[in-house]
Ligand binder design. Structure first.
Ligand code: GLN
Length: 472
């Protein structure tokens, strides 16, 4: 087994015992990247190997000991351009680092590179990147999921030890599920959004994609916490998320919204039954629950996220940031720059969002979607008054073929059915590997009440231990 095959926490143990050197880990990561990256294309930009080795040498006494991490390319970095997968920002280099980047670097992490994504994080397959598509390491003809598909593929192909992603409606969890890695979307406000390029500000949240649950807890410890630069950042002290991982989960009450599982294939249903058995054996209590308003989660999410996107993306006008069309009048410059700079999916969302916010339609669309969002939040509040966790698949299907859903945006949107409810309610949710469907990774999702990440990680960890013991 090569060093880049190990999770971060194992490498940190070996480094602290003096058994390996960080340079060896970096060498092996680059070897994997050289070998696999030409087919997978997870990265948009990679650090120079020699520079990274030199930086890592300076950090050997820090908590993360100079180990390199990958970053989704909508998280601002001064070291690399931050493109958001868009022609509009292809040369854009931020003037400051995102808070999560600063926190990780202060803990001794180095930056391995920036990963591919759907343009401005709009998509479920990474095919909306305006540069190129990323391929799923488990089957190169399939998508890695999206929008953090580059981050998920890099971690799954062992081209990164861990990566940060961002999740607005599932963009950490769904690619994690499709690539067979762990992905955590924290409670809204737990992790600073400062320096994350805004898509839908009331939903966006940064989180880790990792090889295992302990690594997710370890990274969450570093990136969470109050940030005066983000007015939605929560003023709370967070616990050490790694400390309670080993505590038993017996007695936890886990809800199953079975009405949402009707369209699953028989193989997916078998997986679901297996997950139920594992949690029952662990001593958890499974309860049937109803989340009737979650049926409306997809239209609600797409109306609200597109409305917010239409406002957030107004700043790309050809005057500020990078791409600028050559035109004589100011109006034409705005229009031409936007026409040339944005890809089709981004334009579709701006049109949809602008329409939903326009004066004649505001109440019927945006206002109504806000009201349904409140109903969904209240539904979860009621559920979590009696439950600890909710269990669903992360995505209704495993990874689909490249090109399979590009012609039909609605089909693409439907793959977010299980992930968008937690986003609308601001709740933490985690995806972890849960077996195979059609020979491909199939993930389960656990959701918890706001700020119950500790419980979420503990249940995921217990599940992971049982699953790992089963591997031949
Ligand atoms: N697939 C969803 C969308 O296209 C989620 C994206 C995200 O979480 N950034 O909007």
């Amino acid at each position: 087994m090569a060093l880049n095959d190990l999770p971060l926490h194992r490498l940190l143990d070996l480094l602290s015992q003096g058994e390996i050197r960080v340079a060896e880990v970096i060498e092996e990561l680059y070897r994997a990247i050289e070998l696999r990256e030409p087919q997978i294309r997870a990265y948009l930009r990679l650090a120079d190997r020699e520079a990274l080795l030199a930086q890592a040498q300076q950090s050997t006494q820090t908590p993360l000991r100079g180990l390199p991490l990958a970053m989704k390319d909508n998280i601002s970095t001064t070291e690399f351009p931050t493109t958001c997968g868009s022609q509009f920002l292809k040369e854009f280099r931020p003037l400051f680092d995102a808070t999560v980047v600063a926190k990780l670097q202060a803990a001794g992490a180095t930056l391995l590179g920036k990963t591919n994504l759907d343009e401005f994080a709009m998509g479920s397959s990474t095919e909306n990147s305006s540069f190129y598509s990323t391929h799923n390491p488990h089957d190169l003809e399939r998508v890695p999921g999206g929008s953090s598909g580059g981050s998920a593929a890099a971690v799954a192909a062992h081209e990164a030890l861990c990566a940060l992603g961002a999740d607005t409606g599932g963009s950490i969890r769904q690619p994690a599920a499709l690539c067979g890695v762990v992905g955590l979307k924290p409670t809204y406000g737990l992790v600073s959004r400062y320096g994350l390029v805004a898509f839908a500000s009331s939903l966006d949240q940064i989180g880790p994609l990792t090889r295992d649950v302990r690594d997710a807890a370890l990274i969450l410890n570093i990136i969470s916490g109050h940030d005066p630069h983000d007015s939605t950042s929560l003023q709370i002290d967070h616990p050490d998320y790694t400390r309670e991982l080993d505590r038993p989960v017996a007695g936890l009450k886990i809800g199953l919204p079975s009405a949402l599982f009707q369209d699953l294939s028989s193989e997916a249903t078998e997986c679901l039954n297996d997950w139920k058995r594992v949690f029952t054996e662990l001593g958890a209590k499974l309860l049937e629950i109803e989340l009737p308003h979650c049926r409306y989660a997809i239209p609600t999410y797409y109306l609200l996220s597109s409305s917010e996107a239409s406002a957030n993306l107004a700043r790309y006008d050809g005057v500020r940031y990078s791409a600028r069309a050559n035109d004589r009048s100011l109006e034409a410059l705005f229009a031409e720059s936007r026409e040339q700079g944005f890809g089709p999916e981004v334009k579709r969302r701006i049109m949809l969002g602008t329409y939903a916010l326009s004066s004649g339609y505001y109440d019927a669309f945006y206002g109504k979607a806000q009201r349904v969002r409140t109903l969904i939040k209240q539904e979860f509040d009621r559920a979590f008054a009696q439950l600890d966790l909710i269990l669903t698949p992360t995505s209704p299907t495993p990874a689909f073929k490249l090109g399979e859903k590009t012609a039909d945006p609605l089909q693409m949107y439907l793959s977010d059915i299980y992930t968008v409810p937690a986003s609308l309610a601001g709740l933490p949710a985690l995806s972890l590997p849960g077996g195979q469907v059609e020979g491909l990774p199939f993930g389960l999702q656990l959701m918890a009440d706001a700020l119950c990440e500790e419980k979420l990680l503990r249940a995921a960890y217990a599940f992971e231990q049982v699953f790992n013991r089963r591997q031949p």
